[in-house]
Write a protein that binds this ligand. Structure first.
Ligand code: NAD
Ligand code: MG
Length: 299
């Protein structure tokens, strides 16, 4: 069915559920389908206009949250999309594949753990083969576990956060580079935590600052090759990451309350940025970080 864009004037304060949210916790990595209220990834609202016709995208963490919003938008803009996620997230991933196919595009599910260098290499090769090319790489998967004190962060947990948020984008990007032609783009999901770190996100915030440096440095390496590298910096967004250890349990009901827009953001509210950074319209943007944070943080 042909969808039309809702152009009615919308008050951002009232557009989505506001705190207090129902208290809830899930085991890592969590499922979007078990969240209450369900996040909006643009399933019912995103309308494409062929801005990415024929593109081939790989999105890590494409099963849920911000990555799912990007996957839906890319497919509705005409791209084929491969998503990576953890095996425990298969049901969320299958919902995304169905949405990509409903948009008339090819969707490929490639489960696996990106804390393994070996798997990262295989992920890129499999995505490249299945898609028949690669021109949009979105390093979006992330791990966030809150801790009151540095004393409570085990070396294993610190290591898993570093591997997921810093090593994996390095391994995946290095493997993808030989496949990327001029006009291709790389997008990283950073965070307001890079600029205004919370006390309880000591390890995670460092990785998000590293993601900003990844964008700034790599864009300088790849500019002369015609490959753009940019970052998206979300504020508090209603996703599984937050309800499976990303925030202390007691913080979930008031999540996003201190944002100027007085609520958590929804993944769908970031989709347009991922599209802009991938599309030809964004051709002069490289080394930039685009924010959507409800008035919090920088840039
Ligand atoms: P999410 O839980 O929906 O997505 C994170 C995804 O990361 C998971 O779906 C999972 O598939 C993937 N992942 C984690 N560990 C993995 C591993 N070892 N191997 C393979 N995949 C793994 O949550 P989200 O909030 O949409 O997170 C997406 C990105 O957004 C992350 O980089 C996160 O740091 C960033 N971010 C989120 C917020 C927020 O408030 N939700 C704010 C700023 C930045
Ligand atoms: Mg998920």
């Amino acid at each position: 069915m042909e969808k039309t864009q809702n152009t009615t004037l919308q008050n951002p304060l009232d557009k989505y559920p506001k705190p207090p949210y129902p208290a809830q916790q899930q085991e890592f990595p969590g499922l979007a389908s078990k969240m209450d209220p369900l996040p909006d990834h643009g399933e019912k609202s995103y309308v494409g206009s062929n801005r990415l016709q024929g593109r081939k995208a790989l999105i890590t963490g494409g099963d849920s949250g911000i990555g799912r919003a990007a996957a839906i938008a890319y497919a509705r803009e005409g791209a084929d999309v491969a998503i990576n996620y953890l095996p425990a997230e298969e049901s969320d991933a299958q919902e995304v594949i169905a949405l990509i196919e409903e948009a008339g595009q090819k969707g490929y599910a490639i489960p696996g753990d990106i804390t393994s260098e070996d798997f990262c290499q295989r992920l890129v090769e499999e995505a490249y083969e299945k898609l028949g090319g690669l021109d949009i790489l979105v390093n979006n998967a992330g791990r966030q576990q809150a801790s009151e004190s540095i004393a409570d962060i085990s070396s294993d947990s610190f290591d898993a956060t570093m591997k997921t948020n810093i090593y994996a984008p390095f391994w995946i990007t290095r493997a993808a580079l030989p496949h990327l032609q001029p006009g291709s783009v790389i997008i990283a999901t950073t965070s307001v935590q890079a600029y205004d770190p919370a006390a309880i996100l000591f390890d995670y915030a460092q990785t998000k600052a590293a993601n900003v440096a990844y964008v700034k440095s790599l864009s300088k390496q790849l500019g002369s090759k015609g490959i753009r590298v940019n970052g998206v910096s979300p504020g508090p967004i209603w996703t599984p990451l937050q309800v499976c250890g990303g925030q202390p349990a007691e913080a979930i009901p008031k999540f996003g309350e201190t944002a100027e827009l007085q609520r958590a953001g929804q993944p769908a509210e970031l989709a347009g940025i991922f599209v802009l950074l991938a599309a030809n319209e964004g051709s002069y943007a490289t080394g930039q970080i685009y924010g959507a944070a409800g008035g919090m943080g920088h840039p």
